[in-house]
Design a protein. Structure first.
Length: 138
């Protein structure tokens, strides 16, 4: 069995952002040499997410609007912020969008359905954070 590990680093300009990382993940799969297996992609920070969905600007704005409606940024609303932090909402947003995705690899490529892409979701940005790509298979 082969394994391959790679990190992606991000420092977003805004507090919240969605970034299509599919090309970087595809490149990691290619570098791994794995033809049949799995690819794990996970955010290594508790205020960021990795998820699979469509790469469509309107949908991404819908995601942002939904998250801000359900879990608004509000310094006084979250007990976590009493610790001196200001990102209580970001922790909850991460829980809603998830920590990671696992994608199948078939014939050396990500085995996706139509329109599926992998995204990094940042909810407390403007500082350096990373994503882990782990490829396992034959």
């Amino acid at each position: 069995m082969k394994t391959y590990r790679q990190e992606l680093w991000f420092n977003t300009k805004s507090r919240s952002e969605f970034i299509n990382i599919t090309p970087q993940v595809e490149e990691a799969v290619k570098k791994s040499g794995v033809k049949e297996g799995f690819c794990l992609v996970n955010a290594m920070h508790i205020t960021a997410s990795v998820f699979i969905n469509d790469d469509e600007d309107g949908l991404h704005q819908d995601f942002a609007d939904f998250l801000e409606k359900m879990v608004p940024y509000d310094l006084k609303k979250y007990r976590h912020n009493l610790t001196g932090e200001d990102n209580g909402d970001s922790h909850i947003k991460r829980q809603l969008f998830g920590r990671e995705v696992v994608a199948a690899i078939t014939k050396g490529a990500l085995d996706f359905g139509p329109w599926e892409q992998i995204f990094y979701g940042e909810f407390d940005g403007r500082r350096r954070k990373r994503v882990l790509i782990k490829v396992i298979g034959e």
